[in-house]
Design a protein around this ligand. Structure first.
Ligand code: UFG
Length: 344
């Protein structure tokens, strides 16, 4: 083991996959999660994948800085990866205070605990949402940042907090990863995306159309300026995204220089492309209806990806069909059903 890594939000969708990738790379991940949007059974499923009898997991609110300090102060930690946050754009418009509290206060609480425990490497979950509405596609990391929702505001503020702290104190190194659209699941089918409510995002919604839980996909607009009129995004396999965290962390440990980079594939697919690809994985055509545009959506969201390769040596390995096949495998292994059952 090359050291412990604290994963805040480590029981969630991206956190659980990153746990596996970190363990594969020789790290010893430790989970901190309040289980507000994750299920306890995910721990058993991670254990199965990682062939471990135990996982260190602390049920803690990320705003409880003293509790985080107690964990870090046990010693052996080389870094933290900060996933714990709220992430639904629409909900953030209704509850801005919750978003600012959990996302910004949570980050401050973690940073204070890390400083007390003298752990100075942090990989931060940011989002392409910090680019707001950009005219230049693909978006370079140097693009002006802005925000169009309280959620985006909290991610931008998080990035700026890290910049201020890093400028003031050279002991810190930050890896800021601006995710594009994560999708897919671990190849075992034991972990995957399992939203607690009706999904806001495209992929989990399509999955529920494929299982028959929903009758059809509502395609939000078909008059965008794209090849088929529907919105184009960059969907990245969650195991590629997990690997980006490992590479970001290794880079911070090697050169102690902070970085802020896009994490995507650089290739865009439309809503209809995604539906067709998922249909190929399932072996049937999935029904859809054209619906009105969703407020705040843009035609195309794609980032430049060269900096990720240059700075942390990251390149994606999985294509769209692999993303859809892995998602469908997760839905069908029974793990999905088990995850649902532990709600009861
Ligand atoms: N879409 C539909 N029907 C649906 C859901 C989505 O047509 O039921 C369309 C959207 O209009 C959009 C595309 O599918 O064109 C992708 O939508 P998602 O909601 O899956 O993802 P977004 O690109 O809107 O947003 C995601 C995250 C944000 C993050 C952003 C950054 O949800 O948190 O990526 O790229 F900020």
């Amino acid at each position: 083991m090359v050291g412990k890594v604290l994963l805040t939000g480590g029981a969630g969708y991206i956190g659980s996959h990153t746990f596996v990738a970190l363990q594969d790379a020789g790290y010893d991940p430790v989970i901190l999660d309040d289980f507000s949007n994750a299920k306890k059974s995910v721990l058993d499923r991670i254990k199965l994948i990682c062939q471990r009898s135990e996982i260190e997991c602390h049920q803690v609110d990320v705003r409880d800085s003293d509790a985080i300090f107690e964990i870090l102060n046990q010693g052996g930690f080389v870094a933290a990866v900060h996933f714990a946050a709220k992430k639904a754009v629409g909900e953030s418009v209704e509850k801005p205070l919750d978003y600012i509290d959990i996302n910004c206060t949570g980050l401050l609480s973690l940073l204070k605990a890390m400083e007390r425990a003298e752990v100075f490497n942090l990989v931060f979950s940011s989002s392409a949402t910090v680019y707001g509405d950009q005219e230049i596609i693909p978006i370079p990391e140097t693009a002006t940042r802005s925000y169009a929702s309280p959620y985006a505001f909290t991610k931008l503020m998080g990035e700026q907090i890290l910049e201020q702290v890093g400028d003031a104190d050279p002991r810190w190194s930050f890896g800021t990863l601006r995710y594009f659209n994560p999708a897919g699941a671990h190849a075992s089918g034991m972990i995957g995306e399992d939203p607690a409510d009706i999904p806001n995002n495209l992929m989990p919604y399509i999955a529920k159309v494929a299982t028959g839980e929903f009758e059809h996909l509502s395609v939000f607009g078909d008059t965008y300026n794209t090849h088929d009129g529907t919105g184009v995004r960059d969907y990245i396999h969650v195991m590629d995204l997990a690997d980006a965290h490992v590479k970001s962390l290794k880079t911070l440990q090697k050169n102690s220089i902070s970085h802020a980079i896009n994490i995507g594939t650089g290739t865009g697919y439309s809503v209809l492309d995604m539906l067709a690809a998922y249909g190929r994985a399932v072996g049937k055509t999935l029904p859809h209806k054209i619906a009105p545009r969703r407020d705040g959506d843009v035609d195309t969201l794609l980032g430049e990806v060269e900096k990720a390769e240059e700075v942390i040596g990251f390149k994606t390995r999985y294509d769209l069909d692999e993303i859809c096949a892995s998602s469908w495998h997760w839905i069908n292994t029974g793990a999905f059903q088990a995850a649902k059952e532990d709600n009861s």
